[in-house]
Write a protein that binds this ligand. Structure first.
Ligand code: C2E
Ligand code: MG
Ligand code: MG
Length: 597
């Protein structure tokens, strides 16, 4: 092994520099600089020297094996924690401490035996990481790499400072959760690398009446509550690899980069709500909170993080204003959606100018094979747009007071039609759909009573369909209105059952007569075992509660037969008949095997 600092250099050696190789006659100047330097200075000898015409991998291999430390200044000694040079002389690269020295060597060889301000990470025996920056140059003689001179700067303190800055830049001080910047970064990364069929969801969550908590219990308690939110939210999404962030105030965001279906985000929203409605113990105060969650889905609704954020925000305000707990974005709830603005304006005119009409779809009893009535379904024939499906305008009407005249129009026309049937001696009832907003309206029972009286229609010839989710929006209030409608003697059924998460406790207390199993379960029942189980158990559940069951969406005979076998009472669907205008109805009644008066 060479004595350090005393080597004689051959007259012509070359120091690698950039793409050219410079001549240097004496390395002694390096040794002088090394003593003066505040950085660590070192030299590795290659013994034996390495042929630089070998393939890169072989050179890397050889450098790894042949490099021996021959020179080091005091700074390197203290960096490596040794007292004397003799303790480290002859040390190989493996002991240099860099975790990635093979990669470092690759870079060194490819950059023509030079590295400048190149960062490396060392790990001590306890796994603690230190950061260094090295610059080095190889000395090449006769096409052989003989030595490498270099300097090492300890940049650990700077790195740690940068890490702290990074942490503060991307985290919320109060809760320690990722902040808005970090959330955007995560979403951006996700969208940059997403797979074609990858579905993501963003949920914005806002505490209801947080101001009251702050005002009554004090800001310190408010802060305490905010701190406790993070762990509860995070616990619910651990298996979804999502991000929980605090955006400021009482607003949190949950980003789920990969979900199976939009429906899964609804399930998670329920889990989050349940987790947060458990009591919080805040410095001895126990408090219960409720939250509003807005959901937006990518890529179907929004392609980038900015649109996703805007849509989730709109959904959140919708959920809050409608006291819905959660809401998924749709153009109908977006106050800025052009479609919606135009439609609100035109809907009023549609009612006044008779652009609306009712279609009727038969409902049949399975055991008697008999049509006992029709569901009235609203249709809007727009002078320019043509046919507008109810799902495109009912939700818009529901957001404005427009739903009241619209419902009144439907109820009156349906009752008038049912009266017509009665006068024709046809034993038929009519079913009308009520919307969630109608169930919040104390005037609805009075309006129904007035119209039944005006047309002298027996109440049992009118059925009202209420969706499960409409009831669950505000169950106590819905129950009060339903009780009053029940008093009138009209029949009540729960529509789209299976999609609204109603609690069995409510179901048992509701004055309803029928459950209508949602289309989506019935349609796939024959091919999907899960759906079949849902349909089967819903039928059993309904029967145990003394309710009748209607299956919606019966599109073929096979389904009808299967439902019959499962004990389903009634059915409705394209197989029996599509919804039809009143003009076609008489003909259908005349010819159908389902009807013989
Ligand atoms: P709904 O009450 O569940 O009505 C059943 C819907 O399923 C109707 O769609 C009907 O045309 C459709 N349908 C019936 N049989 C089949 C089938 O075999 N296969 C398939 N794929 N679909 C079938 P429509 O008429 O588009 O109505 C959609 C929803 O709009 C209704 O769902 C109801 O919630 C609402 N709606 C309709 N009319 C009114 C109304 O007058 N007032 C209120 N508030 N809502 C209404
Ligand atoms: Mg219905
Ligand atoms: Mg339905």
């Amino acid at each position: 092994m060479n004595e350090p600092m005393h080597r004689k250099n051959p007259p012509h050696l070359k120091v690698a520099q950039g793409n050219s190789v410079l001549h240097q006659t004496d390395e002694s100047v390096l040794r002088v600089l090394s003593d003066l330097s505040s950085d660590a200075v070192w030299c590795y000898d290659m013994s034996p020297p390495i042929d630089i015409q070998l393939p890169v991998e072989l050179q890397i291999d050889a450098i790894e094996k042949n490099a021996r430390l021959t020179e080091a200044n005091k700074i390197l000694l203290s960096m490596l924690g040794v007292m004397d040079l003799s303790e480290i002389l002859g040390m190989g690269l493996r002991d240099s401490g860099s975790r990635h020295y093979v990669l470092d060597l690759d870079e060194f060889v490819k950059k023509n035996y030079r590295l400048i301000d190149y960062d490396i990470i060392r790990q001590d025996d306890n796994g603690k990481e230190f950061y260094f920056q090295i610059s080095c140059a190889g000395i090449v003689e006769n096409n052989h790499l003989t030595r490498v001179w270099g300097t090492t700067k300890d940049i650990t303190a700077r790195k740690r400072y940068e890490e702290r800055l990074y942490y503060h830049f991307y985290h919320d001080v109060l809760t320690g959760l990722p902040n808005r910047e970090k959330l955007y970064l995560e979403m951006e990364n996700c969208f940059a690398h997403r797979h074609e069929d990858q579905i993501s969801a963003l949920m914005l969550l806002d505490i209801d009446r947080f101001k009251e908590i702050n005002d009554t219990l004090g800001h310190k308690t408010g802060d305490h509550l905010l701190k406790k939110m993070g762990p509860r939210l995070t616990a619910e999404i651990v298996d979804s690899q999502g991000v929980v962030a605090r955006l400021g105030g009482d607003e949190f965001a949950i980003f789920l980069p990969r979900i199976r279906s939009p429906h899964q985000s609804v399930i998670i929203a329920h889990r989050l709500t349940d987790a947060l409605t458990q009591e919080f113990d805040l410095d001895g105060f126990c408090t219960e909170i409720s939250v509003s969650i807005g959901i937006a889905i990518s890529p179907t609704q929004a392609q980038d993080q900015h649109a996703l954020m805007r849509f989730a925000d709109i959904a959140m305000y919708h959920a809050k204003s409608q006291m819905m707990g959660y809401a998924i974005y749709s153009t109908e709830i977006d106050p800025h959606s052009q479609k919606r603005l135009t439609m609100i304006g035109e809907l009023g005119r549609a009612i006044r100018e008779n652009q609306l009409c009712l279609y009727y779809q038969p409902k049949v009893l399975l055991d008697e094979k008999r049509c006992y009535g029709f569901e009235a379904l609203i249709r809007w024939i727009h002078p320019e747009l043509g046919f507008v499906p109810p799902n495109d305008f009912i939700p818009i009407a529901e957001m404005t007071s427009m739903i009241h005249p619209l419902t009144a129009w439907v109820v009156e026309n349906a009752i008038a039609q049912a009266k017509q049937w009665q006068m024709q001696d046809l034993d038929l009832s009519v079913a009308v759909n009520l919307s969630a907003r109608n169930l919040m309206d104390e005037n609805i029972p009075k309006m129904v009573a007035r119209l039944l009286n005006q047309y002298q229609l027996p109440a049992e010839r009118l059925e009202l369909e209420i969706t499960e989710s409409a009831i669950m929006t505000d169950p106590t209030r819905a129950m009060r209105i339903l009780d009053q409608l029940h008093e009138l003697g009209v029949l009540l059924s729960i529509d789209d059952f299976g999609t609204g998460y109603s609690s069995l406790a409510y179901l048992k207390r509701l004055p309803v007569h029928t459950l209508k199993i949602d289309n989506s379960f019935v349609r796939n029942m024959l091919g999907d075992r899960q759906d079949e189980i849902i349909v089967h158990s819903t039928i059993n559940l309904a029967h145990n509660l003394g309710l009748k069951v209607v299956a919606e969406g019966v599109e073929n005979e096979e389904l009808l037969e299967a439902l019959n076998q499962l004990g389903c009472d009634e059915a409705q669907g394209y197989f029996i008949a599509r919804p039809m205008p009143i003009l076609h109805l008489d003909e259908w009644l005349l010819n159908s095997e389902w009807f013989s008066n």
